[in-house]
Write a protein that binds this ligand. Structure first.
Ligand code: PHE
Length: 457
């Protein structure tokens, strides 16, 4: 017999859990860097416009599909149209690829948090501290295991008692901690110059690439195209308004991304004496540059501790959504108990994540086009699978089940869907075209071909 589906108990619970998924490492280590690189204020504006149009429409579609069918991605797409079963499988592959390596990075965050809280801020600022750490064998594996175990325990407790409860506690704390560090950073000497660099429009850095970069970041940041929002939608009650929930998630995600920029860019600028190259994306920024910045700051040990705690919360709530989505897929498919599915998924993630964890040490001989195992996983999921899934989702909604079936689901609560027209145009026409361009440019980028230039846009 089919098990009864769990639910989020309230709209706030749903919004905070979905925001918990959306706000993650991407907001903190990727958004500030992209904004600084691609035109400062202009990028921020473009990102905002895309969030309330493109991101909004895709998120509405995914959550509505989940709520309408009451199933996770594999079952949901198939139930709506048999020919699209493949899309559910493809969408489900994304979290299965991401979850293991995301947890490896989560482990690094836990390690840094413990180093900072035990007074090791100074040591962590040494040049080769990070590279020595990740090239080890057992230490990175151990932290990976710890992060995974915490995630699994929360998912094991279920939707309402685990995920919703943890999100309701962690997300407000995350906002407060982010504000504390931003204010502290902004009041340091030399920070204003960085602030100006972050928010002042610099048009010369804006091009078609800016829009694609913003769009690529957007759908990763909003946890789209990987079945997560379908799964969370399937736990959403019909009397919670879908459109306003999506607006709130958007605001949360974009707000934290913006604040992360305020937190990081001025501080790095002040530290490096205005050297833009100090701002890099990825692990380099978070684990190499920032510890140096903290070490040079008054109260740096405390600020660093708070910083890694908030990054831990952000990573944890995102990892929870990844794991819950995978668990839900197996439960829907095989009717497993939550406990059985959790144990299976945790062991699977451990096995799949180990090569990513070891890829900087014992397995560093494995590389493909200059990428480590972890980077390969990241590339395959974010740059290849996700645009494909998002593209087909748009086609599926726009031309097969039709946008009206989604609009009807949005209207279930009180008969209203304010942005219906916008949603329809975005899903049918604008989003698919841009998604194809994103795919071409990211795959081309990895192969060293500049499609945008070839198309002369
Ligand atoms: N949205 C998350 C972020 O911004 C990334 C993420 C992707 C989280 C996939 C969960 C799943 O970091």
């Amino acid at each position: 017999m089919q098990q009864k589906r769990s639910n989020f108990s309230s709209k706030l619970g749903f919004v905070l859990a979905a925001s918990g998924s959306a706000v993650g490492l991407g907001n903190i280590w990727r958004f500030p860097y992209l904004a600084a690189k691609y035109g400062g204020g202009t990028f921020l504006l473009i990102y905002l416009i895309l969030a309330v149009t493109f991101g909004f429409s895709l998120m509405i579609a995914e959550i509505a599909i989940g709520r309408k069918t009451g199933l996770s991605a594999i079952g949901a797409f198939k139930m709506l149209d048999k020919r699209f079963g493949f899309l559910g499988i493809l969408a489900s592959a994304v979290p299965i690829v991401i979850f293991p390596y995301y947890s490896v990075i989560g482990g690094w965050v836990v390690k840094y948090f413990t180093v900072f809280i035990s007074g090791g801020a100074g040591a962590s600022a040494a040049d080769d501290y990070f590279s020595t750490f990740i090239s080890g064998t057992f230490e990175p594996l151990g932290w990976f295991f710890i992060f995974l175990a915490v995630t699994a325990l929360i998912v094991l407790c279920g939707v309402e008692k685990g995920i919703e409860k943890v999100s309701k506690i962690m997300m407000p704390i995350l906002v407060v901690l982010t504000l504390v560090i931003s204010v502290y950073g902004l009041t340091r000497e030399g920070a204003m110059e960085g602030l100006v660099y972050y928010i002042k429009p610099h048009m010369s850095d804006v091009s078609a690439k800016t829009i694609l970069a913003a769009m690529g970041q957007l759908f990763y940041s909003m946890s789209l195209a990987m079945g997560i929002m379908v799964t969370y939608g399937s736990y959403m009650k019909k009397d919670n308004h879908l459109e306003s929930s999506v607006r709130q998630i958007e605001l949360f995600d974009t707000g934290i991304a913006f604040l992360a920029g305020l937190m990081i860019i001025p501080a790095v600028f002040a530290f490096s004496g205005g050297d833009e190259s100090a701002l890099s994306a990825g692990p380099g920024l978070m684990f190499i540059t920032l510890p140096k910045v903290f070490a040079s700051m008054k109260l740096g040990g405390a600020i660093g501790t708070i910083f890694f705690l908030l990054v831990f919360f952000a990573a944890l709530t995102s990892a929870i959504s990844l794991m819950e989505t995978i668990v839900s897929i197996f439960r829907d498919k095989f009717n497993w108990s939550r406990k059985g599915a959790c144990i299976f998924v945790a062991v699977l993630a451990l096995i799949m994540g180990a090569p990513s964890s070891l890829g900087f040490g014992p397995l560093s001989f494995i590389s493909w086009m200059g990428m480590s195992v972890l980077d390969i996983m990241d590339f395959v999921s974010n740059s290849v699978l996700m645009p494909i899934v998002a593209f087909f989702t748009c086609i599926f909604v726009g031309f097969f089940i039709k946008t009206k079936s989604i609009s009807d689901e949005v209207r279930v609560t009180d008969g209203k869907f304010k942005a219906e027209k916008l949603f329809t145009v975005m899903i049918k026409w604008v989003a698919p075209i841009f998604l194809l361009l994103i795919l071409l440019s990211s795959v081309g980028g990895a192969l060293g071909i500049d499609f945008l230039q070839a198309l002369s846009v």
